[in-house]
Design a protein around this ligand. Structure first.
Ligand SMILES: [Zn+2]
Length: 318
């Protein structure tokens, strides 16, 4: 299989994961939801992801005019960096965003600055390219618990702080599914062992809050979903187990941070400790004990997670 179809993973209920081609294959997804010939995207990847998203519409036979929604779960650039470029191609779409994220999509300069601070200028350019603003009049500010429609299908948008204060999740009410952005963590398919999923939290700067994140996970589970769709990466179904593991691991990361909080070598200790912790969980999961492969799959997330935990430690201290 080649061409745009090669970037797609089809699930049931008209849901497809599109590989955003961010960093490596199947690291970040945009989800396309099709209902009676109308469509919505959940998260957009970066500006570089645009050809894959438009290719998915072509494969599914959906005209660009028939896309009603671009649902940006939060404004981190691997989720919404491509929103402006995508909106230019979708004449009838509205872009739903958390009240705290709206101004960043309309005026992305602060977002760009923040990301350059995390990644450095060169890597930032390579990862994100040019960021296009979303016209203010096309933004839809999503209040907590608000319902929107895609044809006959209803989505409830709920605010889920913990990963980011500007984060919401999309509850697909009629199908018992949830699009969780980063709130339900990361589950790369690379870590599947005999179809069993491995999950861990993403604690990216600058809003990580462990207790808020655990409360948000409980709120997602209160809808008794059948499947959850993670931006990193795609559908997971073993939800009772995964929700339990997520909460244990959020608190384990926070405890690890507190263990090293007062030390001059905090940053180094934290990064080593997080790798050891993830590696221990992977041992229990039955994943091959190949340090090279584990580092390849985990090091970028460990770096981001540790930066986020350090920001949280400094904020708790202040
Ligand atoms: Zn994020």
């Amino acid at each position: 299989m080649d061409g745009p179809a090669a970037k797609l993973t089809d699930y049931s209920a008209g849901i497809t994961a599109i590989d955003a081609d961010y960093v490596r294959p199947k690291l970040a997804a945009s989800h396309l939801i099709v209902e009676e010939g109308r469509a919505a995207f959940v998260d957009t990847g970066t500006t570089h992801s645009l050809p894959n998203l438009l290719g998915a519409l072509e494969v599914k036979g959906i005209a660009r005019e028939n896309v009603d929604w671009v649902l940006a779960t939060h404004v981190h650039l691997d989720h919404a960096g491509g929103a402006g470029a995508l909106m230019r191609e979708l004449p009838n779409a509205r872009c739903a965003v958390h009240p705290r994220g709206a101004r960043h999509l309309a005026e992305p300069s602060k977002l760009i600055e923040g990301s350059i601070a995390v990644y450095g200028e060169a890597r930032y350019r390579q990862l994100y390219g040019e960021i296009v603003a979303v016209e203010g009049t096309r933004l839809h500010v999503a209040e907590d618990g608000e319902r929107i429609a895609l044809g006959a299908r209803t989505f409830e948008l709920i605010h889920t702080p913990g990963h980011a204060l500007h984060h919401y999740c999309v509850i697909d009410i009629d199908n018992d599914r949830i699009f969780s952005g980063d709130t339900f963590g990361i589950s790369y398919r690379d870590f599947d062992v005999w179809g069993r999923e491995f999950i861990f939290p993403t604690t990216t700067p600058v809003h990580f809050d462990p207790e808020a994140l655990c409360a948000s996970i409980d709120r997602l589970m209160s809808y008794e979903p059948e499947a959850i769709y993670l931006t990193h990466f795609g559908e997971v179904r073993d939800l009772e187990r995964l929700a339990g593991e997520m909460k244990v691991r959020v608190r384990a990361f926070a405890d690890l941070g507190q263990l090293y909080a007062g030390r001059a070598d905090r940053s180094v200790k934290l990064r080593r400790g997080m790798y050891a912790m993830l590696s221990h969980w992977l041992d229990g999961h039955g994943f091959p004990a190949d340090p090279g492969e584990r580092h390849r799959l985990l090091d970028d997330d460990i770096e981001l997670n540790c930066q986020g935990i350090e920001v949280w430690l400094d904020r708790s201290k202040a």
